[in-house]
Design a protein around this ligand. Structure first.
Ligand code: NAP
Length: 166
């Protein structure tokens, strides 16, 4: 069955970003993001699109914006203007779906998510963009994998995987 996978990284306060950017550089978390979004229709808000700035190889980007005249220079980027329009694309899509943020997008699509992949980073960034806490009556933790701080990673982190229960 088609998965709708939400992928994000957060600090100790559920912050996911600061000043329109990620507040950390963790190469192994970027690899995880790549693996979890590869061969999917990747849904994101316009601000997150701006931070990525281009379609990522092996994925189709779907950008949500209220701007009716919003365009990108790329033929293969889909633009949608409402959550319902995105749900129509999701319905027709045969590949898995990944939800790549930011905050409003995670919030809007949480009711449809089948899987959550959450990187919990051992840092507090004084961020300005936050995700909701996971509703554990809806999702069950199925694995947690720790990653130590090292010369390429300024912070340690844990990757948690959740599956929808109901
Ligand atoms: N840590 C992580 O895993 C992660 C992941 C993704 C992003 N981030 C961070 O999060 C921040 C960006 O997130 P954000 O929450 O500020 O922005 P966002 O969700 O990426 O984009 C918000 C924009 O999406 C559009 N939008 C949202 N809901 C819509 C709807 N229902 N209908 C139509 N358009 C809609 C609007 O675009 P218009 O203004 O064009 O109308 C809105 O301004 C950055 O700091 C980024 O680095 C972190």
């Amino acid at each position: 069955m088609k998965k709708i996978r939400m992928v994000w990284a957060e600090d100790s306060t559920h912050a996911i970003g600061k000043n329109g950017q990620l507040a950390w550089h963790l190469p192994d978390d970027l690899k995880l993001f790549k693996a979890e979004t590869m061969n999917t229709l990747m849904v994101m808000g316009r601000t997150t699109w701006d931070t990525i700035g281009r379609p990522l190889p092996g994925r189709t980007s779907l950008v949500l914006t209220h701007q009716k005249d919003f365009k990108t220079p790329y033929d293969d980027v889909i633009i949608a203007h409402s959550v319902d329009e995105v749900l129509d694309y999701i319905e027709k899509e045969t590949r898995d779906i990944s939800i790549a943020g930011g905050a409003a997008i995670y919030h809007a699509f949480m009711p449809y998510a089948t899987d959550l992949i959450v990187t919990r980073i051992d840092v507090t960034i004084a961020g300005d963009t936050f995700v909701d806490a996971i509703d554990l009556s809806q999702f069950k933790l199925v694995s947690a994998t720790a990653h130590d701080k090292d010369d390429k990673h300024d912070y340690s982190f844990v990757v948690e995987r959740y599956e929808r229960q109901n």
